[in-house]
Design a protein around this ligand. Structure first.
Ligand SMILES: CC(C)(COP(=O)(O)OP(=O)(O)OC[C@H]1O[C@@H](n2cnc3c(N)ncnc32)[C@H](O)[C@@H]1OP(=O)(O)O)[C@@H](O)C(=O)NCCC(=O)NCCS
Length: 299
């Protein structure tokens, strides 16, 4: 058989770019003490400390639910992280406090509406997941120009939010697109959220999504849907924590990095169904947007 074929060459396991994270961190416990540890998955480790499921004995006996990340530092590999952890444990309380204060100052988040000029940062973050993960089914890198257009198009109907750290790094973004194009779908959106790999599990996603969902609710959208590739336990847990419910799974929906992946369908009711529904407001006034963006969900 000869002639044109449909679709790309399949993405194979060897196409995945390697990522071997190793971290040291300080946790602020309920009594103000600082606990030092290391991990290869900061988000999962933080969650374990807070819930007690596999967390350290120290944090379990020091108000585990109130434990907060006070400092995080990426290390080259596990041996480097273990060495750095030992050094952190030897620091005086004053030196640990100084590290934590600097870290907090650099990591303070500002959430704002994106502009097309944010496209370079957004595409860099998104492309990291294209090359390293299966969170997106995309194989090829997106371009800055595509994202300039994407941001401009999203903003005509919905928020495109970006969260920047005080030292100017994009920590994450969240936005919403029309769910389908036919008129009856006009009250539905598909939501998207991506956080930078070095801030996962630190509250950025919650801050962005809480604001996004509230803005969409005020615009008068009724349903937010999220498509989550499987496995992605972090995103599953995140969407569940934010109030989404999974209502379906499409088996073997996509093929990337040498494996078939399922697609989970998640839904969140933004407004109860009105009959008939009021038209969606394409834009909210600046004061409403500012009020929602200034609300901090306590992270
Ligand atoms: C999914 C994602 C957006 C979540 O954002 P985040 O900043 O890491 O998550 P947060 O710290 O705000 O967590 C909010 C809640 O989600 C849940 N959660 C997040 N990470 C979790 C984990 N690893 N294990 C269990 N629960 C987790 C917790 O309930 C958490 O609540 P808590 O803060 O009270 O513990 C982020 O991890 C991400 O960008 N992942 C990669 C890209 C991706 O998968 N995007 C979604 C595509 S559908």
């Amino acid at each position: 058989m000869s002639g044109a074929c449909l679709g790309p060459a399949p993405s194979l396991a060897a196409d995945r770019q390697a990522y071997t994270p190793a971290w040291v961190y300080l946790l602020r416990c309920a009594d103000g003490s600082l606990y030092a540890g290391w991990t290869n998955d900061l988000a999962r480790r933080l969650h374990a400390h807070r819930t007690g499921a596999g967390g350290a004995k120290y944090t379990q006996s020091h108000g585990k639910a109130a434990v907060r990340l006070a400092y995080a530092e990426r290390c080259a590999d596990k041996p480097a992280a273990l060495r750095r952890e030992a050094a952190l444990k030897k620091l005086s309380k004053g030196d640990k406090e100084a590290l934590a204060a600097d870290w907090a100052a650099c990591h303070r988040l500002t959430v704002r509406m994106a502009t097309p000029d944010d496209a370079g940062d957004v595409v860099t973050l998104y492309n990291w997941y294209v090359t390293h993960g299966t969170q997106t089914f995309q194989y090829a890198l997106s371009t800055v120009e595509e994202y300039r257009q994407n941001i401009a198009e999203v903003l005509q109907k919905a928020p495109f939010l970006v969260a920047y750290t005080a030292d100017g790094r994009l920590a994450g973004y969240a936005c919403a697109h029309p769910w389908h194009t036919r008129q009856a779908f006009a009250w539905d959106v598909e939501t998207t959220v991506y956080c930078a790999p070095d801030v996962l599990g630190q509250g950025t996603g919650r801050r962005l999504y809480t604001a996004l969902l509230e803005l969409l609710r005020r615009q008068g959208y009724h349903n937010a849907f999220a498509l989550i590739t499987r496995p992605n336990p972090q995103s599953d847990a995140f969407h569940k924590a934010l109030g989404f419910t999974r209502y379906g799974v499409e088996k073997n929906s996509g093929y990337k990095f040498g494996r078939w992946l399922d697609l989970g369908y998640w839904a969140y009711e933004l407004n109860p169904p009105a009959d008939p529904p009021a038209p969606v407001r394409l834009q909210l006034d600046a004061a409403t947007v500012a009020a929602v963006l200034q609300q901090d969900p306590g992270v």
